[in-house]
Design a binder for this molecule. Structure first.
Ligand SMILES: Nc1ncnc2c1ncn2[C@@H]1O[C@H](COP(=O)(O)OP(=O)(O)O)[C@@H](O)[C@H]1O
Ligand SMILES: O=P(O)(O)OC[C@H]1O[C@](O)(COP(=O)(O)O)[C@@H](O)[C@@H]1O
Ligand SMILES: [Mg+2]
Length: 535
């Protein structure tokens, strides 16, 4: 949860700039010194894509006045207001809650509500609206501790609480008046079907009868050739047994106002949006448009990103599965490299701007000699470059395996400025480039190297979720429904420090979460690979 400050080359905790100017914080933070101008340029290029946007940057200009004895409580107040979660009653003041129909002990599956809603007297499994989860759980004693995120020079402990997720005693929608829609956007990710399934099942438990899927992402709201898909427990019963999305996904699509027009036409008053940063930006815009039109609509996101690049969360669903599935590719690369005479295996893994999959997969496999991620610059050539280390490895143990994230080393490639339909920059293929450069290097040296390149991207993304992701998907899907029924909108669900929370969307998407080169996890990865600094 951090970004690289391009101007000063220090690692800056992501949450801090909202409260303090970067200049104020600079001396407090562990300094990470790049060794060359070229490397500095690379840090800057990466930071351009990952740093907070200008609105957040201007918020950062509001420095904390540490001489104010009450700075800590002011910090907390501001934090609380930023992490407050929007509610229907913010704009629809006369919305009246009713007792929850989510009442596990009392309902039979066939019960309807003709005679009124069941009483909650015997069921106490609800979450209080005032329950909170602690966002940060480490008390750093010094800004020089690995991965330290400090607010002042003493690393003063300031509690930062966020809203706990789960079913509430009072709800703001009558189930028989709900038409719920689910949409899955962006790229595929293991677990999409699991989340869809849990949303449908939970909606039915509340008593909702009208549930539909919007086909092929936001596009499905506008494309007249695409029909919404009726969903029920029957339809989704075995959906989680296969990967992909039963609704289909897409990038790009209609404008926010066209989407809200379409929701009004369809009578959709609960929208569940599964997607990454871009999708959540869309979900927040839909939420704001609904507010502008004073619609009684709940928009709830479930973060889907295989890259794990959403701020604040322990992880996003599908990430564990991706790391697990990547082991197969890494093991194959290892076997190929190990069985060849002077063999080098290369595996390219996903991660547009964040190297989480590459880092975790390298650590898990124990078979990687060199892990390259976008956050950590490297040289290919020169005495400290990747190529010369490969030469050393071939001499020492006869083979080597490299794991590289797709967003790493982009400054070695020609920029095309091409964008996909969602406006994401289309990256050059660093895996192919690395393969060519390694071949060229060993040819130039006149010593052989047998290079095998594996790109398992789409094979990984398309698999079904593993058991741990299956559980995460189940909890997130259920909590999304609880949040909508509780009247919250413009929120997303997540796991923070092993507990489940609701977060306001803007806080989790202000920029992509990236690996902190000063974090313990990256240090562990380096310990495991034994790789040197390539700068
Ligand atoms: N800033 C934005 N505002 C509104 N919609 C957006 C925004 N960015 C992306 N979208 C829409 O969100 C969807 C998914 O975005 P994309 O970046 O492809 O995937 P992801 O959500 O996984 O990051 C696309 O339909 C795209 O048009
Ligand atoms: O080829 P596609 O479908 O555009 O997807 C490629 C991208 O999808 C990702 O898996 C991320 O997708 P999202 O942005 O949808 O989470 C990246 O790792 C990769 O760059
Ligand atoms: Mg995206």
């Amino acid at each position: 949860m951090e970004s690289l400050s391009p101007a000063i080359g220090v690692v800056v905790p992501a949450r801090v700039p909202h409260f303090s100017s970067l200049r104020t914080l600079t001396p407090l933070l562990p300094i990470w010194r790049p060794k060359s101008n070229r490397v500095r340029r690379r840090i800057r290029a990466h930071a351009e894509n990952t740093r907070p946007p200008s609105s957040a940057a201007s918020a950062a200009a509001a420095a904390i006045d540490y001489s104010d004895p009450s700075w800590k409580s002011k910090f907390q107040e501001e934090f609380e207001s930023r992490y407050d979660i929007p509610h229907l009653t913010d704009v629809i003041h006369d919305a009246v809650p009713i007792p929850s129909t989510f009442c596990l002990r009392m309902r039979s599956p066939t019960e309807d509500f003709a005679d009124g809603y069941p009483s909650d007297e015997k069921w106490h499994g609800y979450i209080s609206n005032n329950d909170r989860v602690l966002l940060k759980v480490i008390k750093y004693s010094s800004p020089t501790s690995a991965g330290a995120e400090c607010i002042d020079s003493d690393c003063t402990w300031v509690e930062q609480w966020v809203h706990r997720a789960g079913p509430r005693e009072k709800i703001y929608f009558k189930p028989e008046e709900v038409k719920a829609a689910i949409v899955t956007c962006g790229g595929l990710c293991p677990g999409l079907n699991d989340v869809i399934r849990q949303i449908v099942i939970t909606l039915e438990i509340y008593g909702v009868k009208k549930i539909v899927g919007i086909p092929f992402g936001y596009r499905g709201f506008a494309d007249k050739d695409l029909r919404e898909m009726p969903l029920s427990r029957n339809v989704v019963q075995n959906a989680h047994l296969s990967g992909g999305s039963l609704l289909g996904v897409s990038r790009g699509g209609p404008s926010v106002s066209d989407i809200v027009d379409s929701m009004e036409e369809r009578g959709v008053n609960m929208l569940f949006v599964l997607g990454g940063n871009g999708t959540h930006a869309g979900a927040n815009a839909i939420h704001n448009e609904c507010r502008k039109r004073r619609l009684r609509v709940a928009v709830v996101g479930v973060p889907k990103t295989i890259d794990n690049d959403i701020l604040l969360m322990d992880k996003t669903f599908g990430f564990d599965t991706a790391v697990e599935e990547a082991q197969r590719a890494i093991n194959s690369a290892y076997i190929e490299a190990h069985s060849a005479y002077r063999g080098i295996g290369i595996v390219k893994l996903m991660g547009r701007s964040s190297g989480f999959i590459a880092m975790h997969a390298s650590l898990a496999s124990g078979q990687i000699d060199i892990c390259l991620i976008p956050e950590v610059p490297f040289n290919l050539r020169g005495p400290h470059g990747v190529l010369s280390h490969l030469k050393y490895l071939l001499g020492k143990k006869g083979s080597a395996v490299v794991c590289i994230a797709e967003g790493a080393g982009q400054d070695f490639l020609l920029e095309t400025n091409a964008q996909d339909a969602s406006g994401n920059i289309v990256l050059g293929d660093i895996g192919v480039y690395l393969q060519q450069e390694i071949k060229r290097y060993f040819n130039e040296m006149g010593t052989p190297a047998d290079v095998k390149y594996i790109d398992p991207t789409y094979m990984i993304r398309a698999v079904r979720a593993n058991a741990s992701d299956g559980i995460l998907c189940a909890v997130l899907g259920q909590n999304a429904v609880h949040g909508a029924f509780a009247g919250y909108s413009g929120i997303t669900v997540g796991i923070c420090n092993t507990h489940y929370v609701y977060l306001p969307i803007p806080e989790v998407i202000s920029y992509p979460r990236v690996v902190d080169p000063n974090s313990r996890m990256w240090h562990r990865c380096l310990t495991s690979t034994g790789q040197p600094d390539f700068v």
